[in-house]
Design a binder for this molecule. Structure first.
Ligand SMILES: [Zn+2]
Length: 113
């Protein structure tokens, strides 16, 4: 149920913006989700209708941009997609990795009607 909590946090933030900007309805929320953020976009999408049910956000669309999880091997400096290789260096099989990207979880855009 981790993702439902995340959706609620996102909606709280959006709600604040709605109040500040005095807009009445939000058409679309665009999120950037990194592959290494620990948040599964598919679950987020699944939770969203339940989270907005009977709220002012009913009818709001959720869009997600997935940021690939690029990591760098500390042993041989190979750069690769962490998830594709199970967080193991494909070159030297090392597991000492630095995340270069993919940890982000950002509200990128909010479109008002
Ligand atoms: Zn390596």
């Amino acid at each position: 149920m981790h993702e439902l909590g995340v959706v609620c946090e996102v909606l709280k933030t959006v709600q604040k913006i709605v109040e500040q900007e005095k807009v009445s309805k939000i058409e679309k929320i665009v999120l950037q989700v990194g592959e290494l953020s620990g948040i599964v976009p598919a679950y987020l999408e699944e939770c969203f209708p339940a989270a907005v049910y009977k709220t002012p956000f009913e009818g709001t669309k959720l869009e997600m941009e997935v940021i690939p999880g690029e990591v760098k091997c500390k042993d041989c400096s190979e750069v690769f997609n962490g998830l594709k290789h199970n967080l193991k260096c494909p070159k030297c099989k090392g597991e000492h990795l630095d995340a270069l990207s993919g940890r982000e979880f950002i509200i990128k855009e909010i479109l008002a009607c």
